[in-house]
Design a protein around this ligand. Sequence first.
Ligand code: BES
Ligand code: ZN
Length: 622
Amino acid sequence: MRLLVTGLVLILMGCKQVVKPPPLELKMAKAVDVHSFATEEALVTHVSLNLEADFEEHVLKGTALLSINKSADAKHLVLDTLDLEIEKVLDQEGHELSFSLENPHEIFGQALKIELLPKTNKVMVHYQTSPTAQGLQWLSPAQTAGKKHPYLFSQGEAILTRTWIPLQDSPSVRVSYDAKITVPDSLRALMSAEDLTPEGEKNGKTKVFSFSLKEKIPSYLIALAVGDLAYQELGPRTGVYTEPAMLKEAAHDFADTEKMVEAVEEMFGPYRWGRFDILLLPPSFPFGGMENPRLTFISPTVLTGDRSLNYIIAHELAHSWSGNLVTNATWSDFWLNEGVTTYIERRIIEKLYGRDLYEMQVAMGRDQLLQELEEVGPDSWLARLYAECPDKDPDEAMTGIPYEKGSLFLRTLENAVGRETFDIFIRNYFDAHAFGNMSTKQFLSLVRQDLLHGDKALADSLELDTWVYKGGVPSSAIKEQASAFVRVESEVRGFLDHGNLEPLHKYGTMEWVYFLRQLPRNLVSEQMKRMDDAFKLSEIRNAEIRFEWLRLGIATAHEPARRSVAAFLTSQGRRKFVKPLYEDLLKSEWVTLAKDIFKEAKPMYHSMTNMTVDALFDKGQQ
Ligand code: BES
Ligand code: ZN
C-alpha cells in the first residue's frame, strides 16, 4: 500500500526511472506493496459492479460499489486508478463524499482519496474508463474469427485492473465480487465468476448479464470478456467458450481438461472454485494463458490439432491452487505464483501423459533457465527468486526465471525428502493458506519447519537462502536428464555431420522444439532448404515449432522465413513469440521488414505487447 510489491510490474512495464512516494507499510500483509496507493485504514472487502460496455466509444461506464472494513478512526479510503474518469462518489445512504485524485504517476496511476463520513461502510464510485485503458482491449469485428461482431477482454495482472475498476489493486487485498454487465444484445458477457444468467436478460437493444464470486480473490483476477461466444461442455465441471467458428476445434484440443482437474485434486487437494471453464480468445491475447478463476483465458496459439501444447491448460489450472488460492504477497514474491505452478503443471503432465514428456518439459525448462540466467547475468536482481526490482529501467519483460528456477527449487526439495512427503507438505500448504497470501520469507520458514522438521543440516545442504536471495543456480540443484533429448542431441549431430533427417519423422512437439534450439545459427541455405522441404516448417501451424524455426530462419536469412515471419507476427500477438522475433529481426539484415510488419500488426496487438515492442524499437534507435 504503498503495499509491498516491487518486482513484476516494473519488470512488465519496464523499470522506468520514476519518483515514487515512500512506501507505506501494510501491517496485515506483513510486507510493503510499493505498487499500490492503498492504505490500511480502510480496506475493500467486496466489489459490486454495474457497468455498460459501450462499443462505439470503447468505454465501460457505470458504478463500483465497494464494501469496506475500516479502523475506528479511519478518515479516508484510498484506491488505485489509472486513466479513469471519476464523476462522483456517494456513500451507502447517498451522501456525496469529497474526493481527490492525487498526483499522477506514469506506471502506478493516481490515488483516489475519498473522505469517509463516520457512518460510511460502503462507497459508490460513478466512473468511466478511458478508450485507451491498458487493461482492456476492444477489438473490431475484423479482428475476430467471425468478422461480424466486436469483442472486448480484460487483462488485470499485474496492476492493470485499476485501469477499469477503481479499487485497491494489490495482490494482498482480497475481495469477493458481483457484477451486472450491460452489452449489445447480440453479444454475451463472461466473467471470472459464477454466471447467474447464461442467456442474459433482454432490455431493449441490450442484454444484462449477472455474475457473482463468493470466494475472495486479489484484484488482478477480476476478469471480463464480451463477444459472440458459444459454449461446449467438456466434462461435469469443465467446458470451453469461444467464438462459434473456433468451438469445435477448441473442444477437440481441450478434451483432457476434466482429467487434469481430477489429477491435481488427487495430488494436492480439492478444486475449490466450482467450475473450471476455458475461454479461448482472439489471437491478440498477449499471453499463452491467464488463470482467471472459474474462467481461464487461453491464447488460440495453443491450438495445434494434436493437443501437444495443452501443458498450458495444465499450467493455468495449477494456478487454481498456486496463485489463486495461495497468492504471492507482493509482486517480488511472483515466483510463489509461477514457480509452484510450473512445478504442478509438470506433475499433471507426468500423471496424464507419462514420464517421458515430464522429463522433456523439465529438461527444456532447465535449458531455458540457464540461457536466461546467462543473458541477465548472475548479479542481476532478475536472477533471484525473491526479485526486488531496483529503481532503474532494465526494461526487461517478464522472464522465465521465476518459473524455471522456482520449479527447479521445488523439484530439489522433492528429491531431498521424497515425493510422498513432499506432496503431503504441498497439500497441507494449500489447505492451511487457502484464500490467503504468502511471502517468500514465510514460505522458507514453512519449508524449514513443516518439510524439513527443523533438520538444520539438511536445510543447510539445500542452501535455502541461496536459492531464494542469490542469482544463479545453487550447486544443490537436482541434476535431471531427459533420455529422449540425449537421443535428439545425437540426431542433431546426425543432421549436421551426415545430413540425416530420417529420425525427425517421429518427432513430437517437444523433440522438434529441442532439435531446432540445438542447431547452430550458421546453417547454410542448403541445410535450411532441406529441412523446410521435408517438413514444411515455414508453414507449420504449431506455434512453438513455428517460433523456433523462424528464429533459425531469421538468423540464416532463409528466404521463405521472410513471408512466414510476417504472417506469424501479423496473425497473433502473444508476447512470448512476438518479442524475441522482433529482437531477432532488428539484429538481422531484415530490419526494414521488422518495421513494416510492426506497422501492420500494431493496431491488432494488445497494449502490453505494444509497449514491449515499442521499447525494442526505441532501444534500436539509440
Ligand atoms: N499468470 C501468467 C501470465 C501473466 C504473468 C500475466 C505476469 C501478466 C503478468 C500465466 O499463468 C502464465 O504464466 N502464462 C504463460 C504460460 C505458461 C505455460 C508458462 C504464458 O503466457 O506464456
Ligand atoms: Zn502462470
